[in-house]
Design a protein around this ligand. Structure first.
Ligand code: SF4
Length: 504
């Protein structure tokens, strides 16, 4: 039997204010919760993992962690609150994470302690099994986690965190599988929801996507080694070549010696990839489904211009995520594109001890209007989404204060009317502006001259389905726009959430 290999743990929870003021906390955006990255067969794996996580930082900024394995020191892990660049760049830190195999995770909390990540919730999670140790990191959300957790606790499992992802480790512990991949497979069969998981043993890297492939996961080649990452931008930063996307429902077990072994442990289902990854979550320099995210967003802007034209002088993006769609809108409409709002690139996310005055400045800390450009102009503002409507209202006020003659909002996604239960932080349904108001009511509420969202068919056309959403059965998850959840949100229904079908 292998020796016990409990990880050398350099997890720290020190020096943290209990409630740092997060200038993005009131931002009117849905937030992707996690990014995952793993390598095998690469010397100094932790350096590559840190770089990969840095490229995925937009998917989660609250905390991050890395686990590696090295023959001499065994498993090593470090988990930290805050950004990758602040925690995983020093030579001392990297020296504590030796080895040629490892995984990493960045997170923004969706399940567990929402918005107040505790260090114990930071992934990867580690488990000690009879055949050796394993660590896992998860992007997504387990929709039956409450029921699973209850059952596991009743049967003796002792949970260390409030994260739904820890269920996977406990399910693996209860499995009778002979190998860690076998146990992981059995555990994931009991899990419902959206998951892209990377895991590691002492010599293997494992990747798996849920049967619908809701969240992304890609495979890359780095010299003699292999990489798994949430997005291709994380392959680019380490110089890895994109091999392919991990398919929905696929599990890959990778080692330096045997290469990539693939199988499909789940019942096959039609892919329902998150369409919002195209609109907002993924970085514009990533490739999704063989298409550049930037080009898709530009196509969304073009569709929007065709569907909802307006006579105006300037097309301005709400930075940064509205930029490619604004360029597409400008190209299609012929209305000049201009940077009417400038983002302060050097503003960090957090003030540790903000004064009340700073708290009240909100959006102005991040965005400033380019007055000379805006004055007297009829301005089209292109943004990716409207969630609560709070930021849109503040931006409208800033634009009018700067002397704009008219303000027209064009939104690169359909109205967000339903919460996401698949790993994206969304307010309760009652707080979503589009769940409470019609498009015209939202326009009046925001006090703008016009407000138009791209239609769901327009969005499908822009992502490459020329006949619109219902030309085939939907190829994407679009539940936050349509209320049609491709995976039953079991826990939420138990807690009283009414799906569209139940509400009708
Ligand atoms: S509900 Fe919306 S954000 Fe969530 S996975 Fe589906 S499309 Fe993506």
């Amino acid at each position: 039997m292998p020796e016990a290999t409990s990880p050398r743990d350099t997890t720290l929870a020190k020096d943290l204010p209990s409630h740092p003021f997060d200038i993005d906390a009131d931002s009117d955006k849905l937030r992707e919760e996690c990014g995952v990255f793993g390598v095998v067969g690469v010397t100094e794996a932790s350096n590559f993992i840190a770089l990969g996580l840095h490229a995925l930082q937009h998917r989660g900024q609250e905390a991050g962690g890395i686990v590696t394995y090295d023959e001499t020191s065994g498993f090593n892990q470090a988990r930290r609150m805050g950004l990758v660049r602040d925690n995983f760049t020093s030579a001392d830190m990297m020296a504590m994470l030796p080895g040629e195999v490892g995984i990493g995770h960045v997170r923004y909390s969706t399940a567990g302690h929402k918005g107040q990540t505790a260090i114990r919730d930071v992934q990867p999670f580690f488990g000690e099994f009879s055949m050796g140790g394993a660590a896992i990191a998860h992007n997504g959300n387990i929709t039956n986690a409450i029921a699973l957790r209850k059952e596991l606790i009743e049967r003796g499992s002792i949970f260390q965190s409030s994260s739904d992802s820890e269920c996977i480790i406990h399910l693996m512990a209860r499995s009778m599988g002979r190998t860690i991949p076998d146990r992981m497979e059995e555990a994931l069969r009991k899990v419902e929801g959206a998951f892209s998981v990377v895991a590691m043993t002492r010599s293997k890297l494992i990747g798996c996507r849920d049967p619908l492939g809701v969240r992304p996961l890609v495979l890359g080649k780095l010299g003699d080694g292999w990489v798994l990452a949430s997005e291709t931008c994380a392959l680019d930063i380490v110089g890895a070549d994109l091999i392919r996307e991990i398919e929905p429902g696929e599990m890959v077990v990778i080692s330096a010696e045997t290469g990539v072994q693939s199988h499909f442990p789940f019942r096959r289902a039609k892919s329902r990839f998150c369409i919002f990854e195209h609109v907002y979550f993924s970085r514009p320099d990533s490739i999704l489904g063989g298409r550049s995210v930037y080009e898709t967003r530009e196509a969304i802007g073009r569709e929007l211009a065709k569907e909802s034209p307006v006579d105006a002088d300037l097309v301005c993006p709400v930075p940064d995520s509205g930029t490619p769609a604004a360029i597409g809108f400008s190209l299609e409409s012929g209305i000049p594109y201009a940077m009417g709002i400038i983002r302060n690139q050097y503003m960090g996310r957090t003030f540790i001890e903000p004064s009340e005055q700073i708290r009240n400045m909100g959006v102005r800390l991040k965005l400033n209007v380019n007055r000379a450009l805006i004055r007297g102009k009829r301005v089209i503002l292109v943004d990716d989404s409207v969630v609560r409507g709070t930021t849109s209202q503040k931006i409208k006020e800033m634009i009018l204060e700067a002397g704009a003659a008219e303000v027209h909002f064009r939104i690169a996604s359909p109205p967000t009317q339903w919460p996401c239960f698949y790993g994206v932080d969304t307010p309760e349904r009652e707080k979503l502006l589009a769940a409470r108001m019609t498009e015209d009511e939202m326009r009046d509420h925001l006090g703008v001259d016009s407000l138009k969202f791209i239609s769901i068919d327009g969005l499908y056309r822009a992502v490459g389905q020329s006949g619109g959403r219902d030309a085939k059965s939907p190829q994407y998850c679009d539940a936050c726009f349509t209320g049609e959840y491709p995976i039953t949100p079991t826990d939420m229904i138990e807690r009283g959430f009414k799906t569209k079908v139940a509400a009708e």
